[in-house]
Ligand binder design. Structure first.
Ligand code: HSE
Length: 314
């Protein structure tokens, strides 16, 4: 049986929003966004039940502990580590559902970091990955790692392998990230359903060159190479029709100096990389304007890539 800190009753953890894929690395690459995310609070119970006590969210979320990603992760963690304890779980969503900014990952990772903090000897981030992936499986039906890993680790990460787990924490580029979230929902399941099972070898070659160029650009601190590499010939063309005005929004970003732009995760949010803060603000407003021409209001986040992953806040 795993030992818990006996004097710890309540604990909260924050987990950041994340931008997955980053144009070049479908299901492999992602980065953490500063200042926006979910907060999950766990409180010890006198019995061994794991229940959702409260969800603060603009949209309804499952209260059933087996269907909610945060509680499902806590349950799996406790079962797997033979933890004899119960918790009430309160979830405060900072992210809209189906926005393409890693909302399900943020809830499950925040819950995981909170429950881990009860352990007399907490697990490390790599040891937490398998539980976080379970959360993605509950939420989406696939255990993709490109939201949960940057959410746990912070920074910009590449999953080189899941089994055995090998995560590369990549050099953070000197760029400002712009994420525009149009007020429409696109579920990851739906956005994955439009993707082909097979791709052309010629497209694979092109995309491999983009990914390799992007990674080299990070290590070389070469923004020209980054700009030339930040392209997606595989996934973006399939998903673009699901997002009203996607190409106009992307073009608006590029016209205002963005180094590149594409879907954030499975969309509908769109991210762009800017050379500096003032260009980022111009890019953000041009992207919002392009969405509004397609009758979509939007929120915007302008942030450096956050070096801080999920962490305890109280
Ligand atoms: N890589 C995943 C996808 C991320 O694009 O479907 C989902 O947030």
């Amino acid at each position: 049986m795993t030992n818990l800190k006996s004097n710890l009753i309540t604990i909260s953890a924050f987990a950041p929003a994340t931008c997955a894929n980053v144009a070049v690395g479908f299901d492999l690459l992602g980065f953490a966004i500063a200042g926006v995310g979910d907060v999950v609070t766990l409180t010890r119970r006198n019995d061994e039940h794991i229940l959702i006590s409260e969800i603060i969210s603009d949209e309804p979320l499952p209260m059933d502990p087996d269907k909610n990603t945060a509680s499902a992760v806590v349950k799996y963690f406790c079962q797997d580590l033979n933890i004899k304890a119960g918790f009430d779980i309160k979830i405060k969503k900072g992210l809209a559902l189906g926005c393409g900014m890693g909302g399900s990952a943020a809830s499950s990772v925040a819950a995981l970091v909170a429950v881990n903090a009860y352990l007399a000897q907490p697990l490390t981030a790599p040891q937490l990955v398998k539980y976080a992936l379970h959360g993605e499986h509950v939420a989406v039906g696939t255990a993709h790692s490109d939201n949960v890993i940057p959410c746990l680790y912070g920074g910009i990460t590449l999953t080189q392998s899941l089994s055995p787990l090998r995560v590369l924490e990549l050099p953070i580029p000197d760029v400002v990230a712009v994420i525009v979230h149009p007020h429409t929902r696109l579920d990851t399941k739906e956005s994955r359903s439009v993707l082909p099972r097979e791709i052309l070898l010629t497209d694979h070659i092109k995309q491999s060159a983009y990914l390799a160029g992007f990674i080299a650009a990070l290590y070389e601190k070469d923004l020209d190479l980054l700009q030339a590499s930040l392209q997606d010939c595989l996934v973006e063309p399939k998903r673009a029709p699901l997002i009203p005005g996607f190409y106009a929004v992307k073009q608006a970003a590029l016209n205002h100096g963005a180094l590149g732009a594409s879907l954030s995760g499975s969309g509908p949010s769109v991210f762009a990389f800017a050379k500096n803060q003032s260009e980022a603000l111009g890019i953000a407003s041009a992207m919002q304007q392009a969405f509004s021409q397609h009758q979509l209001q939007s929120d915007v986040y302008v942030s450096l890539i956050s070096t801080q992953g999920a962490h305890v806040v109280a």
